[in-house]
Design a protein around this ligand. Sequence first.
Ligand code: FDA
Length: 300
Amino acid sequence: MNLVNRLMVSVLQLFPKGLVKPFAMRYVAGESLDDAVRVVRSFNLKNMMATVDVLGENVTTKEEAFAAVKAGDEVLHEIDENRLDANLSIKPTQFGIRIDEAFCHSNVKWLLEIARGYHSFVRIDMEDSSTTSATLKLYERLRSDGFENVGIVIQAYMRRSEEDVKRLVDKKVNVRLCKGIYIEPDEVAFRDREEVRRNYLRLLKMLFDARCYVAIATHDDFLVEAAYRYIQKMNLQKFAYEFQMLYGVRMKLRDRIVADGHRMRIYVPFGQQWYAYSMRRFKENPQIAPHVLRALFSSS
Ligand code: FDA
C-alpha cells in the first residue's frame, strides 16, 4: 500500500501546477490574505472559529524569518480589523528555529507582543522530530517570559509525548492534540494506527484530568466519539476545549460536531507557497496522495 501511495506521489509531481491548483485550493484558502479573510469570515458565519496559517517553512535566511513575522503581524491586524473570530498558527522553522534557536525565540516573542496588543493568540505548530525538543524549549521559554497567549501542539504518535505532557501539565498548557503528520522512524514514533489512537486518548485524558485547555485536532470518528465520552463523563464545559479540523477535510463530520454544540476551529492555510507546501505534504505523508488523485479526477 505504501509503495502504491509513493507511486501516486511521483505521478502527482508530473502534473502541471495549474492542474494541481484546483485540488490544492480545496485545502488552501488561496494565495492572498484577502482570500484567507474571506474564508475565515464564511466559517465565522457558520459558527466556527479559525486559525490562520501563512504557508511557508524551513527558511534559511534571517530575512525570510523577518518576513514571516511581518506576515503574521498583517494577519493579526486583518483579524482585528475585520473582527474575525480567529487566531494565528505558526511554524517554528518559518521563524528561523533551524538557523538559530535564540533568533527564533526573539522573532516569536516579537509576534506574541504584537498578538497581545490585539488580545490574540498564537499557536506554535509541531513539525518533524528533528525540531521537537527545540520547539518545546521555545514554548516553555515564552511561557517563562510571561506570555499566556501562546499554545503548543503535541503529536500522539511520538513516543516521547507522554513524558512531555507529564512535564507540561503543571504549566496549565493550551495544547492542540493531533496524531502527527510527518513520517518518523520506529524508534521515535508509533506507527500502528491503533497504538496511535490509544496514545491519543491516554494523552487527552492526562490533559483533561489536569484541566488543561485542549484543542482536539482530528478527523477520526473513533477519536471524536471517544472525546465526546470523556467530555460528558468529566462534565466539561464547552469553553474548556475545542475541536479542530483542517480546511476542506471531512465537512460532514465538522458540521455534525458543531450541530452537537461543541466549539470548532478550522485550520486555514493561505499563501504563495501553496504548491511547495502541498508537494512537501504529499512527500512527507504519501497516504494523502490517494485523496489528491481522487479529488483531481472526481467531478467538482
Ligand atoms: P486519520 O489520518 O485517521 O484521518 C481520519 C479520516 O480523515 C481519514 O480516513 C480521511 O478520510 C480524512 N482525512 C484526514 N486527513 C486528510 C487530508 N489531509 N485530506 C483528506 N482527508 C483527510 N500534524 C502535525 O504533525 N503537526 C501539527 O502542528 C498539526 N496541526 C494540525 C492542526 C489541525 C487543526 C489538524 C486537524 C491536524 C493537524 N495536524 C498536525 C495533522 C495531524 O497530525 C494528522 O496528520 C491529521 O489530522 C490526520 O489524522 P486524523 O486524526 O485526522 O486521523
